[in-house]
Design a protein around this ligand. Structure first.
Ligand code: PMV
Length: 365
Protein backbone atom coordinates (compact mmCIF):
# COMPACT_ATOMS: atom_id res chain seq x y z
CA UNK A 1 0.00 0.00 0.00
CA UNK A 2 1.12 3.55 -0.71
CA UNK A 3 -0.55 6.84 0.25
CA UNK A 4 -1.90 7.02 -3.32
CA UNK A 5 -3.98 3.90 -2.71
CA UNK A 6 -5.99 5.78 -0.09
CA UNK A 7 -7.17 8.52 -2.46
CA UNK A 8 -10.91 8.22 -2.97
CA UNK A 9 -11.45 8.64 -6.71
CA UNK A 10 -15.24 8.56 -7.18
CA UNK A 11 -18.16 8.93 -4.85
CA UNK A 12 -21.89 9.45 -4.93
CA UNK A 13 -22.50 13.09 -4.08
CA UNK A 14 -26.29 12.59 -3.98
CA UNK A 15 -26.34 11.34 -0.41
CA UNK A 16 -28.08 14.19 1.45
CA UNK A 17 -27.39 13.41 5.09
CA UNK A 18 -26.71 10.77 7.68
CA UNK A 19 -25.11 10.04 10.99
CA UNK A 20 -22.42 7.69 12.33
CA UNK A 21 -21.13 7.00 15.80
CA UNK A 22 -17.95 5.20 16.86
CA UNK A 23 -16.22 4.47 20.10
CA UNK A 24 -12.44 4.32 19.86
CA UNK A 25 -9.96 3.44 22.60
CA UNK A 26 -6.74 4.92 23.86
CA UNK A 27 -3.55 2.85 23.63
CA UNK A 28 -0.36 2.52 25.62
CA UNK A 29 2.94 1.93 23.83
CA UNK A 30 5.30 -0.81 25.02
CA UNK A 31 7.99 0.17 22.51
CA UNK A 32 7.69 3.94 22.16
CA UNK A 33 7.35 6.19 19.13
CA UNK A 34 9.46 9.28 19.73
CA UNK A 35 10.76 11.17 16.70
CA UNK A 36 9.06 11.61 13.37
CA UNK A 37 9.63 12.65 9.78
CA UNK A 38 7.27 14.76 7.69
CA UNK A 39 3.57 13.73 7.58
CA UNK A 40 3.79 11.86 10.87
CA UNK A 41 6.03 9.14 9.51
CA UNK A 42 7.72 7.60 12.55
CA UNK A 43 11.49 7.45 12.90
CA UNK A 44 11.18 4.06 14.60
CA UNK A 45 8.62 1.28 14.96
CA UNK A 46 6.37 1.03 18.01
CA UNK A 47 3.95 -1.49 19.47
CA UNK A 48 1.08 -0.85 21.86
CA UNK A 49 -1.60 -2.46 23.92
CA UNK A 50 -5.02 -1.19 22.93
CA UNK A 51 -7.02 -0.22 26.02
CA UNK A 52 -10.54 -1.33 26.74
CA UNK A 53 -12.35 1.30 28.83
CA UNK A 54 -10.50 4.56 28.19
CA UNK A 55 -12.34 5.61 25.06
CA UNK A 56 -13.65 8.52 23.05
CA UNK A 57 -17.20 8.29 21.72
CA UNK A 58 -17.83 10.43 18.67
CA UNK A 59 -20.93 10.97 16.58
CA UNK A 60 -20.76 12.81 13.29
CA UNK A 61 -23.97 14.02 11.67
CA UNK A 62 -23.46 15.20 8.11
CA UNK A 63 -25.66 17.20 5.76
CA UNK A 64 -25.14 18.34 2.18
CA UNK A 65 -24.06 21.96 1.72
CA UNK A 66 -23.00 24.44 -0.96
CA UNK A 67 -19.69 26.27 -1.06
CA UNK A 68 -16.06 25.32 -1.11
CA UNK A 69 -15.00 25.50 2.54
CA UNK A 70 -14.78 23.10 5.43
CA UNK A 71 -17.82 23.52 7.62
CA UNK A 72 -18.15 21.85 11.02
CA UNK A 73 -19.19 22.39 14.61
CA UNK A 74 -17.65 20.58 17.56
CA UNK A 75 -19.46 19.66 20.78
CA UNK A 76 -17.48 18.24 23.68
CA UNK A 77 -19.48 16.57 26.41
CA UNK A 78 -22.66 18.27 25.22
CA UNK A 79 -21.26 21.80 24.95
CA UNK A 80 -20.11 23.66 21.88
CA UNK A 81 -16.32 23.71 21.91
CA UNK A 82 -14.34 26.25 19.91
CA UNK A 83 -10.97 25.18 21.35
CA UNK A 84 -10.93 21.87 19.44
CA UNK A 85 -11.74 23.47 16.09
CA UNK A 86 -8.24 24.49 14.91
CA UNK A 87 -6.92 20.93 15.44
CA UNK A 88 -9.81 19.47 13.44
CA UNK A 89 -9.45 22.13 10.74
CA UNK A 90 -5.76 21.14 10.36
CA UNK A 91 -6.76 17.48 10.33
CA UNK A 92 -9.33 18.09 7.56
CA UNK A 93 -6.72 19.99 5.53
CA UNK A 94 -4.27 17.09 5.87
CA UNK A 95 -6.75 14.41 4.85
CA UNK A 96 -8.74 16.26 2.20
CA UNK A 97 -6.69 14.75 -0.63
CA UNK A 98 -7.86 11.31 0.50
CA UNK A 99 -11.48 12.31 1.25
CA UNK A 100 -12.53 14.77 -1.46
CA UNK A 101 -16.12 14.91 -0.17
CA UNK A 102 -15.18 16.81 2.99
CA UNK A 103 -16.17 20.20 1.55
CA UNK A 104 -19.52 18.89 0.25
CA UNK A 105 -20.96 18.48 3.74
CA UNK A 106 -21.48 20.27 7.01
CA UNK A 107 -20.40 18.08 9.94
CA UNK A 108 -21.71 18.21 13.46
CA UNK A 109 -19.08 16.47 15.58
CA UNK A 110 -20.23 15.43 19.05
CA UNK A 111 -17.60 13.87 21.21
CA UNK A 112 -17.04 12.73 24.79
CA UNK A 113 -14.49 10.67 26.70
CA UNK A 114 -15.11 7.85 29.15
CA UNK A 115 -12.15 9.08 31.21
CA UNK A 116 -12.33 12.37 33.08
CA UNK A 117 -11.43 15.57 31.28
CA UNK A 118 -8.05 17.01 32.35
CA UNK A 119 -6.94 13.77 33.90
CA UNK A 120 -3.63 14.00 32.10
CA UNK A 121 -4.64 11.05 29.90
CA UNK A 122 -3.94 12.00 26.32
CA UNK A 123 -7.19 11.96 24.39
CA UNK A 124 -5.60 12.60 21.00
CA UNK A 125 -5.21 8.90 20.15
CA UNK A 126 -8.80 7.95 20.98
CA UNK A 127 -10.18 11.29 19.76
CA UNK A 128 -8.48 11.36 16.38
CA UNK A 129 -9.10 7.68 15.68
CA UNK A 130 -12.81 8.11 16.51
CA UNK A 131 -13.14 10.97 14.00
CA UNK A 132 -11.19 9.01 11.38
CA UNK A 133 -13.49 6.02 11.82
CA UNK A 134 -16.63 8.16 11.54
CA UNK A 135 -15.29 9.71 8.32
CA UNK A 136 -14.52 6.24 6.98
CA UNK A 137 -18.11 5.15 7.64
CA UNK A 138 -19.30 8.25 5.77
CA UNK A 139 -16.95 7.43 2.90
CA UNK A 140 -18.43 3.94 2.85
CA UNK A 141 -21.94 5.41 2.69
CA UNK A 142 -20.95 7.58 -0.28
CA UNK A 143 -19.34 4.72 -2.15
CA UNK A 144 -21.82 1.91 -1.32
CA UNK A 145 -18.84 -0.21 -0.35
CA UNK A 146 -19.57 -3.78 0.65
CA UNK A 147 -18.68 -3.91 4.30
CA UNK A 148 -18.88 -7.59 4.84
CA UNK A 149 -15.96 -8.78 2.75
CA UNK A 150 -12.65 -9.31 4.49
CA UNK A 151 -10.85 -7.19 1.90
CA UNK A 152 -13.20 -4.26 2.49
CA UNK A 153 -12.82 -4.58 6.24
CA UNK A 154 -9.06 -4.64 6.02
CA UNK A 155 -9.02 -1.62 3.66
CA UNK A 156 -11.42 0.19 5.99
CA UNK A 157 -9.18 -0.36 9.02
CA UNK A 158 -6.01 0.51 7.13
CA UNK A 159 -7.41 3.75 5.77
CA UNK A 160 -8.95 4.67 9.14
CA UNK A 161 -5.54 4.13 10.74
CA UNK A 162 -3.81 6.03 7.91
CA UNK A 163 -6.13 9.02 8.47
CA UNK A 164 -5.87 8.83 12.26
CA UNK A 165 -2.07 8.95 11.91
CA UNK A 166 -2.36 12.26 10.10
CA UNK A 167 -4.35 13.59 13.08
CA UNK A 168 -1.96 12.32 15.75
CA UNK A 169 0.74 9.70 15.14
CA UNK A 170 -0.07 7.28 17.94
CA UNK A 171 -3.80 7.46 17.06
CA UNK A 172 -3.10 5.07 14.19
CA UNK A 173 -2.62 2.32 16.79
CA UNK A 174 -6.13 2.78 18.23
CA UNK A 175 -8.28 1.16 15.53
CA UNK A 176 -7.77 -2.49 16.35
CA UNK A 177 -6.75 -4.60 19.35
CA UNK A 178 -5.14 -6.14 21.20
CA UNK A 179 -1.58 -5.34 20.14
CA UNK A 180 -0.82 -3.03 17.24
CA UNK A 181 2.49 -2.40 15.47
CA UNK A 182 3.23 0.78 13.57
CA UNK A 183 6.37 1.64 11.64
CA UNK A 184 8.41 -0.38 9.18
CA UNK A 185 10.60 -3.05 10.73
CA UNK A 186 12.04 -6.42 9.95
CA UNK A 187 10.44 -8.47 12.71
CA UNK A 188 6.72 -7.99 12.04
CA UNK A 189 4.32 -7.20 9.22
CA UNK A 190 4.29 -3.42 9.31
CA UNK A 191 3.94 -0.09 7.58
CA UNK A 192 4.96 3.50 8.27
CA UNK A 193 1.57 4.62 6.95
CA UNK A 194 -0.79 2.82 9.34
CA UNK A 195 -0.92 0.48 12.30
CA UNK A 196 -1.32 -3.26 11.82
CA UNK A 197 -2.79 -5.72 14.28
CA UNK A 198 0.08 -7.78 15.70
CA UNK A 199 -0.42 -11.26 14.32
CA UNK A 200 2.46 -13.04 16.07
CA UNK A 201 1.88 -15.62 18.80
CA UNK A 202 0.78 -14.18 22.13
CA UNK A 203 1.13 -16.33 25.26
CA UNK A 204 -1.84 -16.75 27.62
CA UNK A 205 0.10 -14.79 30.29
CA UNK A 206 -0.90 -11.67 28.36
CA UNK A 207 -4.63 -12.45 28.21
CA UNK A 208 -6.60 -9.53 29.67
CA UNK A 209 -3.35 -7.87 30.74
CA UNK A 210 -4.21 -5.12 33.23
CA UNK A 211 -3.31 -1.43 33.04
CA UNK A 212 -4.09 0.77 36.03
CA UNK A 213 -3.35 4.39 35.22
CA UNK A 214 -2.14 6.38 38.21
CA UNK A 215 -3.08 10.03 37.78
CA UNK A 216 0.01 11.54 39.35
CA UNK A 217 -0.46 14.86 37.63
CA UNK A 218 -3.65 15.96 35.91
CA UNK A 219 -2.29 19.26 34.65
CA UNK A 220 -1.45 20.27 31.12
CA UNK A 221 2.02 19.07 30.04
CA UNK A 222 4.67 21.80 29.86
CA UNK A 223 6.07 20.44 26.61
CA UNK A 224 3.76 18.98 23.94
CA UNK A 225 4.65 15.74 22.19
CA UNK A 226 4.82 17.68 18.90
CA UNK A 227 7.73 19.68 20.35
CA UNK A 228 9.26 16.54 21.90
CA UNK A 229 9.25 14.72 18.56
CA UNK A 230 10.91 17.74 16.89
CA UNK A 231 13.70 17.69 19.45
CA UNK A 232 14.78 14.27 18.20
CA UNK A 233 16.14 16.06 15.11
CA UNK A 234 19.84 16.44 15.75
CA UNK A 235 19.51 14.71 19.13
CA UNK A 236 22.92 13.27 20.11
CA UNK A 237 21.47 9.81 20.82
CA UNK A 238 18.78 9.69 18.11
CA UNK A 239 20.45 7.14 15.86
CA UNK A 240 21.13 4.71 18.70
CA UNK A 241 17.63 5.20 20.10
CA UNK A 242 15.93 4.43 16.78
CA UNK A 243 18.09 1.31 16.37
CA UNK A 244 17.28 0.25 19.94
CA UNK A 245 13.52 0.47 19.24
CA UNK A 246 13.92 -1.96 16.31
CA UNK A 247 15.88 -4.27 18.54
CA UNK A 248 13.38 -4.06 21.41
CA UNK A 249 10.48 -4.78 19.08
CA UNK A 250 12.22 -7.90 17.78
CA UNK A 251 12.89 -9.04 21.36
CA UNK A 252 9.34 -8.27 22.46
CA UNK A 253 7.95 -10.39 19.65
CA UNK A 254 9.77 -13.42 21.07
CA UNK A 255 8.73 -12.51 24.62
CA UNK A 256 5.07 -12.16 23.67
CA UNK A 257 5.20 -15.70 22.26
CA UNK A 258 7.10 -17.25 25.18
CA UNK A 259 5.20 -15.46 27.94
CA UNK A 260 8.48 -14.61 29.74
CA UNK A 261 7.23 -11.86 32.05
CA UNK A 262 10.65 -11.04 33.53
CA UNK A 263 11.96 -10.31 30.05
CA UNK A 264 8.77 -8.36 29.29
CA UNK A 265 9.31 -6.14 32.34
CA UNK A 266 12.90 -5.35 31.30
CA UNK A 267 11.92 -4.17 27.83
CA UNK A 268 8.84 -2.23 28.90
CA UNK A 269 10.42 -0.36 31.81
CA UNK A 270 13.58 0.35 29.84
CA UNK A 271 11.48 1.78 26.99
CA UNK A 272 9.61 4.06 29.39
CA UNK A 273 12.80 5.37 30.98
CA UNK A 274 14.53 5.72 27.62
CA UNK A 275 11.64 7.85 26.33
CA UNK A 276 12.12 10.20 29.29
CA UNK A 277 15.90 10.03 28.97
CA UNK A 278 15.52 11.33 25.41
CA UNK A 279 13.57 14.29 26.79
CA UNK A 280 16.19 14.98 29.44
CA UNK A 281 19.03 14.83 26.92
CA UNK A 282 17.50 16.90 24.12
CA UNK A 283 18.36 20.58 23.66
CA UNK A 284 16.46 22.30 25.16
CA UNK A 285 16.06 19.57 27.78
CA UNK A 286 12.93 19.01 29.81
CA UNK A 287 11.48 16.71 32.45
CA UNK A 288 7.88 15.52 32.39
CA UNK A 289 8.13 13.16 35.36
CA UNK A 290 7.14 14.54 38.76
CA UNK A 291 8.58 13.58 42.17
CA UNK A 292 5.60 11.25 42.68
CA UNK A 293 6.32 9.50 39.38
CA UNK A 294 9.67 8.44 40.86
CA UNK A 295 8.10 7.53 44.20
CA UNK A 296 5.70 5.20 42.40
CA UNK A 297 8.47 3.61 40.32
CA UNK A 298 10.54 2.93 43.44
CA UNK A 299 7.55 1.46 45.27
CA UNK A 300 6.82 -0.83 42.32
CA UNK A 301 10.43 -2.05 42.31
CA UNK A 302 10.34 -2.65 46.06
CA UNK A 303 7.02 -4.52 45.84
CA UNK A 304 8.38 -6.70 43.05
CA UNK A 305 11.51 -7.52 45.07
CA UNK A 306 9.47 -8.39 48.12
CA UNK A 307 6.69 -10.43 46.53
CA UNK A 308 8.04 -11.74 43.23
CA UNK A 309 5.08 -10.08 41.52
CA UNK A 310 5.34 -9.39 37.77
CA UNK A 311 3.90 -5.90 38.07
CA UNK A 312 5.76 -3.24 36.08
CA UNK A 313 5.32 0.33 34.87
CA UNK A 314 5.36 2.30 31.70
CA UNK A 315 5.07 6.02 31.03
CA UNK A 316 3.62 8.18 28.31
CA UNK A 317 4.90 11.65 27.55
CA UNK A 318 3.74 12.83 30.97
CA UNK A 319 3.94 12.24 34.72
CA UNK A 320 1.21 9.60 35.01
CA UNK A 321 2.23 6.00 35.53
CA UNK A 322 0.66 3.02 33.74
CA UNK A 323 0.90 0.02 36.06
CA UNK A 324 0.90 -3.17 33.98
CA UNK A 325 0.28 -6.66 35.41
CA UNK A 326 -1.13 -10.06 34.52
CA UNK A 327 -4.80 -10.73 35.23
CA UNK A 328 -3.81 -13.51 37.65
CA UNK A 329 -2.28 -10.85 39.95
CA UNK A 330 -5.25 -8.51 39.85
CA UNK A 331 -6.21 -8.92 43.47
CA UNK A 332 -2.77 -8.45 45.04
CA UNK A 333 -1.73 -5.61 42.76
CA UNK A 334 -4.97 -3.69 43.26
CA UNK A 335 -4.51 -4.03 47.00
CA UNK A 336 -0.94 -2.71 46.63
CA UNK A 337 -2.16 0.19 44.50
CA UNK A 338 -4.90 1.07 46.96
CA UNK A 339 -2.69 0.79 50.06
CA UNK A 340 0.65 2.09 48.78
CA UNK A 341 0.43 3.89 45.44
CA UNK A 342 -2.90 5.75 45.60
CA UNK A 343 -1.47 8.42 47.89
CA UNK A 344 0.93 9.54 45.14
CA UNK A 345 -1.99 10.26 42.79
CA UNK A 346 -3.79 13.60 42.64
CA UNK A 347 -6.86 13.18 44.82
CA UNK A 348 -5.89 9.48 45.10
CA UNK A 349 -7.33 9.11 41.61
CA UNK A 350 -6.49 6.16 39.36
CA UNK A 351 -8.26 4.38 36.51
CA UNK A 352 -8.42 0.60 36.11
CA UNK A 353 -8.28 -0.61 32.55
CA UNK A 354 -7.07 -3.63 30.59
CA UNK A 355 -6.19 -4.69 27.08
CA UNK A 356 -9.05 -4.17 24.64
CA UNK A 357 -10.17 -5.35 21.25
CA UNK A 358 -10.31 -2.02 19.40
CA UNK A 359 -12.85 0.46 18.10
CA UNK A 360 -16.55 -0.26 17.72
CA UNK A 361 -19.22 1.07 15.38
CA UNK A 362 -22.14 2.13 17.57
CA UNK A 363 -24.67 3.62 15.13
CA UNK A 364 -24.88 4.20 11.40
CA UNK A 365 -28.01 5.72 9.86
O1 PMV B 1 0.98 10.60 18.96
P1 PMV B 1 1.83 11.66 19.55
O2 PMV B 1 2.42 12.55 18.53
O3 PMV B 1 1.11 12.41 20.65
O4 PMV B 1 3.09 10.95 20.25
C1 PMV B 1 2.96 10.15 21.36
C2 PMV B 1 4.22 9.49 21.72
C3 PMV B 1 4.21 8.66 22.98
O5 PMV B 1 2.93 8.58 23.56
C4 PMV B 1 5.15 9.27 24.00
C5 PMV B 1 4.73 7.25 22.70
C6 PMV B 1 3.82 6.37 21.90
O6 PMV B 1 4.35 5.57 21.12
O7 PMV B 1 2.59 6.45 22.07
Amino acid sequence: MTAQDFILKTYNANVENGSVKWSSPSNIALVKYWGKKEHQIPENPSISFTLSDCKTITEITYSKKEGNDFSFDVYFEGEKNEAFKPKIQTFFERIEAYMPFLKDYHFKIETSNTFPHSSGIASSASGMSAIALCLMSIEQELTDAVTSSAVEKSFFNQKASFLARLGSGSACRSIEGELVVWGKNESTESSDLYGIKFEGDVHANFNNYQDTILLVDKGEKQVSSTVGHQLMYGHPFAKERFAQAHDNLAKLKTILASGDLNAFIKIVESEALTLHAMMMTSMPYFILMKPNTLEVINKIWAFRMKTGSKVCFTLDAGANVHVLYPESEKEIVLEFIEKVLAKYCQNEHYICDQIGKGAELLIKS
